[in-house]
Design a binder for this molecule. Structure first.
Ligand code: GTP
Ligand code: MG
Length: 379
């Protein structure tokens, strides 16, 4: 909020600045100028000295508005009658090469693994699939140890975490890390015991169930509450089982959002693309994002110029739980950063510019406000 100066107080209460300054000096014994700032309590007290009751009304800044939109979305302050079912967001986590992308690929029946450099997931891919008329949003994450932050991000945007463990290998360092992220995020966890088609895999199952228990994931077959589904991304064994397990969880939790509000969500990845400007993959978590919306994400802002779905098709709008690629931001946001649609572009600009100034470390210099204590220290 802007500081209260003697000048602005003078203008607000219609008492001459000279009078205010004189009284202030009497009260504090300090030299003051017309630009001396006061905190709210001090301003209220000083106004009272002149018989004026000062009410401080705070206008919502653009940054406040951004925060409020996210908070509303989180708190689902929206009246329940506005909430509508949305697809669950399922993140695939696990150790490198345990078959996360292959499993998702089997589910999507497209070939994403082949197009990746060396088969290692470099970024978060997000897709929506439809199974028996029900949609599920999947977020793929890299298992490589260099990508801790991305796994954390994945766990934070998700409703359900599928922890993939290769049956020929078992619980590995990044499996443990994935479990920790999912637990910290407080989301439902399902284990996919993958590569079950490999010879000897079945023989490892008991050991791995023990390893999972040691990590605090007690499998249902051991009396716990963690479903462990045997899968193969090669033969497709267990994939339907996995989808059914996810559907059951989604039925129990009835994930909901309000499509009729300004969109909020999270950036999963972003880059500058030759000729297209900043391209960001975002996950809409609440509200509906539309072409033309004034959006802020991290230090970037702009009007949404175009929206593309997970198959690269141009779309006009994207509702809750939809992963979507957007163009139109003027700066590349960091993955994991929240986005929100503001009322107009000037507010979006204001938020982005405030953040840029802040991150540049620009400081207007230490201004020491007069507080109630030093206002009365002489009395
Ligand atoms: P990162 O993204 O690098 O962490 O790996 P990932 O977990 O996505 O593993 P990916 O799907 O790329 O698979 C790694 C290798 O395991 C590939 O060669 C796959 O063909 C193979 N693979 C994945 N799932 C299975 C499976 O169920 N059975 C068998 N036999 N091989 C599998
Ligand atoms: Mg992968």
């Amino acid at each position: 909020e802007p500081p209260i100066t003697l000048r602005s107080l003078s203008e607000a209460i219609g008492i001459k600045a000279n009078q205010l300054m004189r009284r202030m000096m009497d009260l504090t014994g300090q030299l003051v100028t017309i630009n001396t700032t006061l905190d709210e309590d001090a301003a209220i007290e000083l106004a009272l000295e002149f018989g004026v009751e000062l009410a401080i009304v705070r206008e919502e800044t653009a940054e406040d508005q951004f925060d409020r939109l996210l908070e509303d979305a989180r708190a689902e302050e929206t009246a329940p009658e506005h909430l509508q079912p949305r697809p669950p967001i399922v993140t695939i986590l696990g150790h490198v090469d345990h078959g996360k992308t292959s499993l998702l690929d089997y589910i999507r029946k497209a070939n994403v693994v082949a197009s990746e450099t060396g088969g290692i997931t470099q970024h978060i891919g997000a897709y929506q699939v439809e199974q028996d008329g029900r949609r599920v949003t999947f977020v793929d994450t890299p298992g490589h140890e260099a990508f801790t932050a991305m796994r954390a991000r994945g766990a934070n945007v998700t409703d359900i975490a599928v922890v993939v463990v290769a049956a020929d290998d078992g619980v590995m360092p990044q499996t443990k890390e994935a479990i920790a992220h999912a637990k910290a995020a407080g989301v439902q966890i399902v284990v996919a015991l993958n590569k079950i088609d490999l010879p000897g895999a079945e023989g490892n199952v008991n050991r791995i169930l023990g390893e999972l228990s040691a990590e605090g994931l007690i499998p249902e077959e051991y009396g716990g509450d963690v479903p462990v589904v045997r899968t193969s991304a090669v033969s497709g064994q267990g994939v339907d089982d996995l989808l059914a397990t996810l559907a059951t969880i989604a039925e129990v939790y009835e994930y909901k959002a309000n499509p009729d509000r300004p969109a909020t969500g999270t950036c999963l990845e972003a880059e500058i693309s030759e000729g297209r400007g900043v391209i960001a993959t975002v996950l809409v978590q609440d509200g509906t994002l539309r072409v033309g919306d004034a959006i802020v994400c991290g230090e970037g802002f702009g009007r949404v110029r175009a929206l593309f779905d997970d198959q690269g098709r141009s779309i006009q709008e994207a509702g809750p739980s939809t992963p979507v690629e957007i163009s139109g931001l003027d700066a590349v946001p960091t993955a994991g950063e929240k986005f929100a649609v503001l009322e107009d572009i000037s507010q979006a600009r204001e938020v982005a510019e405030t953040r840029r100034t802040r991150s540049r470390g620009a400081s207007l210099g230490e201004t020491k406000a007069i507080t109630l204590e030093n206002l009365y220290s002489k009395m």
